[in-house]
Ligand binder design. Structure first.
Ligand code: ADP
Ligand code: MG
Length: 379
């Protein structure tokens, strides 16, 4: 964000000045790529909104990197179109796409110091030397490496190197930023801190960003929207909350968060599962079989008389696992279906039932998720 007092400075004064006013939408249409007979991208349609942080999430091999490389221009698709704003770019060389990229392995030049690494895209663009110095320092400030310009790359930690790579990606004010698993080489604590930092940086820059990860928690933490890839197709695009609360399919429910699944029989508009009648906001089928997904942290361990607005089951405890922040209670229903509960620890944990105990468990009707998938239908 530029303050009003900065207006008369020569342009561009800061990296952040690029801002959301020039953010570009990305429109991917019917994009396909095959290696031999194997389709890796299968008629992908995807819209990224201007200034949006969109994450491509999917299991290994689902096509995330291939799709990102096609957007960057390093991979020529067999078919389809990619537009940045009004401009068709599918045949445009990568360096003409004005994209900032960050990879997992940093891809820094080890023999250059930090400032020369970050200034590299500006030297390529023949920006005057004095302006390079100013913009490099501004970019380093943004990634919290102000004053590090003279350091050698091998004097930096992994997190600092990734920040240098990030500064290099934003220093020329790209219209689009693409990142492929940029945090996966970092340890868990640093990764979680960098997720927040990257998100905050995105909010300051407002640049349209496509981010790749296979880590569902990372995707939930950082994204405006998540596109879930399943074997070269987009299974779902939505906000983190919508995807988590209304996964819509068993694949998505399994991939995002934890779930237990029950087979549901629907007949005459009445759903039954695990020996109980199930109330839900809506039934995905009016007759036949479907699947109920139960999130462990939405499950309740009930006292006698409780259960008014809940779908309730009789269960037996098969495991009690203390995990610090939560207690994982494993149970089985009368028909043998396993159902897990995640309970808050503290006072309540001390009263946790013992293995073998008969318990009554329930899930609020509003958290009850029924999926159209037939039991065991997924190949
Ligand atoms: P992800 O990034 O989601 O792990 P990729 O996009 O890297 O997946 O790969 C998707 C699929 O395409 C994988 O099955 C992979 O083996 C295949 N693939 C990727 N690149 C090539 C290539 N150059 N030649 C043949 N197969 C490839
Ligand atoms: Mg990949």
């Amino acid at each position: 964000m530029r303050r009003s007092g900065d207006q008369e400075r020569p342009q561009p004064a800061t990296v952040a000045a690029a801002g959301s006013t020039t953010a570009l939408p990305i429109a991917v249409r019917q994009l396909s790529k095959a290696y031999g007979a194997v389709p890796v991208l299968d008629a992908i349609d995807l819209d990224v909104r201007p200034g949006e942080f969109l994450t491509l999430l999917g299991p290994s091999g689902s096509g995330k990197t291939t799709l990102l490389m096609a957007i960057a221009g390093f991979l020529r698709p067999d078919k389809g179109s990619i537009r940045f704003g009004e401009r068709e770019v599918v045949r445009l060389a990568p360096h003409k796409r004005e994209i900032g990229m960050v990879f997992q392995n940093y891809a820094l030049f080890p023999h250059m110091d930090v400032a020369r690494n970050v200034g590299f895209p500006l030297r390529l663009r023949r920006v005057p030397v004095a302006e390079i110095a100013r913009r490099v320092e501004a970019a380093l400030e943004l990634v919290q490496l102000g004053g590090f310009g003279g350091r050698r790359i091998d004097q930096l930690s992994g997190g600092q190197r990734q920040r240098v790579a990030l500064a290099r990606a934003i220093v020329f004010e790209p219209r689009i930023i693409l990142m492929d698993e940029p945090l996966s080489a970092l340890d868990k604590q640093l990764r979680e801190r960098m997720q927040i930092e990257l998100r905050q940086l995105h909010e300051r820059l407002g640049t349209t960003t496509v981010y790749v990860t296979h880590d569902q928690r990372e995707a939930l933490t950082m994204s405006d929207r998540i596109a879930i890839l399943d074997r070269g197709r987009i299974a779902r695009v939505d906000t983190p909350r919508a995807i988590y609360d209304e996964p819509g399919s068993r694949f998505v429910a399994e991939f995002i968060g934890e779930s237990s699944f029950l087979d549901v029989d629907v007949s005459g508009g009445v759903a039954r599962a695990g020996g109980a009648t199930i109330r839900a906001r809506q039934l995905p089928v009016s007759h036949g079989r479907c699947t109920m997904a139960l999130r462990p942290e939405r499950m309740r361990l009930l006292d006698a008389g409780e259960g008014e607005d809940l779908n309730c089951f009789d269960a037996r405890v098969t495991g009690v696992i203390y995990q610090g922040d939560t207690l994982l209670l494993q149970t089985v229903l009368g028909d043998g279906s396993p159902v897990a509960l995640r309970l808050a620890t503290g006072g309540a944990a001390a009263r946790a039932p013992a293995i073998g105990a008969a318990v009554r468990i329930g899930i609020p009707v509003e958290d009850t998720v029924l999926l159209a998938d037939e039991p065991g239908a997924r190949p």
